[in-house]
Design a protein around this ligand. Structure first.
Ligand code: PLP
Length: 391
């Protein structure tokens, strides 16, 4: 039997495969520290869980409106207006299965065969995968440590062609933790307006920020009508398994989003949406506590890595990843990550899991306890001591 040719383009997310490999080793009795997985290790706060349980007991077990329950669309509009700096009304909000749902619908609705989409490299691998799946061409914009993991706006301008349809931004970023500045965003906005491009603004880590303010490109003049905002509950509220995200879309995209939701999932789990209302409208102290703990872990991991010869790690301003340059050890990022798992029991990802640019890097997620991070750092130091080829 034959698969549709569009399946040739589809990629994957290596984190899930790396986690499975690490669990395979654990099944053989090997002790592994998991620094490959991009999800908070905290449980969903109790008030959110209670609201979803109450909704279940109140009979919220039927289909919801395809775009989301009105209470949640209103809560998201209110929260986004306050935090993202532009006026959002509920008709522009669509509740999706994870933030990933937004990625899928935006790319399905906008990218035609032959269109070019500029994607960050390193970047979340699903952008590129979905663009190829739709018959489009992903065009990587290199994101370099030398530029504090921000894109170079002059270089971005050179990548725009008559076929460019969309630019994908992700700030704070996976895998680098880089954060775009207001002036970066202003330059991207000017480019998007000059060439009539759509921006997909992945702001899923917008609340996991250690310095400065989160700036949404949508708040810049003229951008709300050409930006799709991707956000959700997975990272901010430790709700990865709930699979709850949302889009804020311009008027011209609302019909398409509705159709794609109806054609794929009908609606998102109804009782969970009541939990999400509580997440947005209830106390936010659990979020503040998680971000404070992530900051302490960030400092622990950055200081620990920089004390190891051959490793150079920036201190990221957001998200919960570090993306150190390990090339000073004499290994590529891929060899380093692979050998680190088998020889030292630390599971990490190669930088090349996120594109072609970062051959000398690995990604570590610090969504793990400080005790486990300390254990991993000791193992990495011992491993580097054994394998490093002095420069
Ligand atoms: N965007 C980025 C940059 C991510 O890192 C992730 C998850 O790792 C997502 C989107 C998807 O989030 P969700 O789990 O809500 O689908």
């Amino acid at each position: 039997m034959r698969l549709a040719s569009r399946m040739d383009g589809i990629g994957t997310e290596t984190a899930f495969e790396a986690a499975a490999r690490a669990r395979g080793l654990e099944a053989q009795g090997v002790d592994v520290v998991h620094l490959e997985i991009g999800e908070p290790d905290f449980d969903t706060p109790a008030n959110i869980r209670a609201a979803a349980k109450r909704a279940l007991d109140d009979g919220k077990t039927h289909y919801a409106p395809f775009a989301g329950i009105p209470e949640l669309r209103a809560a998201i509009a209110q929260d986004a207006t306050a935090r993202k700096g532009f006026a959002v009304t509920p008709e522009h909000v669509f509740v999706t299965v994870g933030g990933k749902g937004v990625m899928l619908y935006a790319i399905e609705a906008i990218v035609d065969a032959g269109d070019e989409v500029i994607v960050p490299d390193p970047g979340y691998p699903i952008y590129e995968s979905l663009v190829r799946f739709m018959g489009g061409t992903p065009v990587p914009i290199p994101i370099r440590q030398a530029n504090a993991f921000r894109l170079d706006v002059a270089e971005l301008a050179t990548l725009v062609t008559p076929r460019t349809r969309m630019i994908v931004l992700n700030s704070p970023a996976n895998p680098s933790g880089g954060v775009l500045t207001r002036s970066d965003l202003e330059a991207v906005a000017a480019l998007a307006q000059a060439h009539d491009l759509v921006v997909l603004a992945d702001e899923i880590y917008g609340r996991i920020l250690y310095e400065g303010e989160h700036v949404s490109i949508t708040a810049l003049p003229g951008m709300a009508e050409r930006t799709v905002v991707l956000d959700g509950f997975s990272k901010t509220y430790a709700m990865t398994g709930w699979r709850l995200g949302y889009a804020i879309v311009p008027e011209w995209l609302a019909f398409a989003f509705g159709r794609l939701l109806i054609n794929s999932v009908s609606c998102v789990s109804t009782f969970e949406q009541y939990g999400a209302v509580e997440a947005l409208q209830g106390p936010q102290d659990a979020v503040d506590a998680m971000v404070a703990e992530f900051r302490a872990r960030r400092d622990l991991v950055v200081d620990g890595l920089n004390a190891i010869p051959g490793i150079h790690c920036l201190r990221p301003s957001g998200a919960f990843y570090v993306f150190p340059d390990v090339s000073g050890t004499g290994l590529t990022g891929a060899d380093f990550a692979n050998r680190l798992l088998y020889e030292a029991g630390v599971s990490a990802l190669a930088g090349t899991a996120f594109g072609g640019v970062s051959t000398g890097h690995i990604r570590l997620s610090y969504a793990n306890s400080q005790a486990n991070i300390r254990k991993a750092l000791e193992r990495i130091a011992t491993f580097v001591g054994k394998v490093a080829v002095p420069a």
